[in-house]
Design a protein around this ligand. Structure first.
Ligand SMILES: Nc1ncnc2c1ncn2[C@@H]1O[C@H](COP(=O)(O)OP(=O)(O)OP(=O)(O)O)[C@@H](O)[C@H]1O
Ligand SMILES: [Mg+2]
Length: 226
């Protein structure tokens, strides 16, 4: 296995304990990702794609196995350090975007920068630049409930990119988008990859987006089949 890879995932297992017994979702997943590499994750509904992404993004813990970024194993990192690691290195686009409803579009995108201690002015400028790149400069002060599903998804993508992450983990980032808007999001991700070497792990059924990735990881019955 490539020991100098940007990301190394080693023999990940994940079980969910339920009253009726144990559900084994991931049964030993291993792969590596180089800096600037783009990977798509596919598999049927329930295959464990979101579970895998959450563990790789340190939002959930594996039952066993390791996730190593630049030689640093994050599986044993304490929660406080992990939060800082996520804020600085990882951008996460959730399948159901999880925006904060009491805030408007711009504020949602500003949050990661504010959490990191960046000034309000810097955070605001960054948010406005990103939102205008995805065609939302006219929606800055719309609260989440006042945005369409696709607009909310685009705001979520901007929030994930706010801190200039090294890796973007995206769970169906074009899931609610029409073809043209999805194409815009794909274009934005490609540009970030080309200009800044952003690494990508994307769960997607969108053929255009999947087709641009360097590799495909297919999960079946808890294991990688290709
Ligand atoms: N917290 C949990 N407790 C128990 N079972 C869970 C939990 N989270 C997920 N599962 C189960 O694990 C399996 C994998 O779920 P996951 O969300 O990773 O699937 P997915 O591949 O992302 O599917 P989809 O394409 O529908 O989003 C599912 O069968 C799900 O019911
Ligand atoms: Mg999912």
């Amino acid at each position: 296995m490539n020991s100098t890879a940007f990301l190394r995932v080693e023999n990940l297992r994940k079980e969910f304990r339920k009253k009726g017994g144990t559900l084994e979702v991931l049964k030993g997943i291993s792969f590596t990702l180089d800096r600037g590499e783009m990977l798509s994750v596919v598999g049927v509904s329930g295959a464990g794609k979101t579970t895998l992404l959450q563990i790789v993004g340190t939002l959930d813990r594996a039952t066993s196995g390791n996730v190593v970024y630049d030689g640093q194993d994050v599986t044993s990192m304490p929660e406080g350090k992990l939060a800082e690691f996520r804020n600085r290195k990882v951008g996460f686009v959730f399948q159901f975007h999880h925006l904060l409803p009491e805030f408007d579009a711009r504020e949602n995108v500003m949050l990661p920068c504010l959490i990191a201690g960046r000034g309000r002015k810097t955070a605001r400028k960054r948010a406005e630049d990103l939102l205008s790149e995805v065609g939302l400069s006219e929606r800055l002060t719309h609260r989440v409930g006042e945005l369409s599903g696709g607009e909310q998804q685009r705001v979520a993508i901007c929030r994930a990119l706010a801190m200039d992450p090294e890796i973007l983990l995206a769970d169906e980032p074009t899931g609610n988008l029409d073809k043209e808007t999805a194409g815009g999001v794909t274009g934005l991700l490609m540009e970030l990859n080309r200009k800044k070497g952003l690494s990508l792990v994307v769960v997607t059924h969108n053929e255009e987006l999947a087709g641009r990735m360097h590799r495909v990881l297919k999960i079946e019955d808890g294991r990688i089949v290709r």
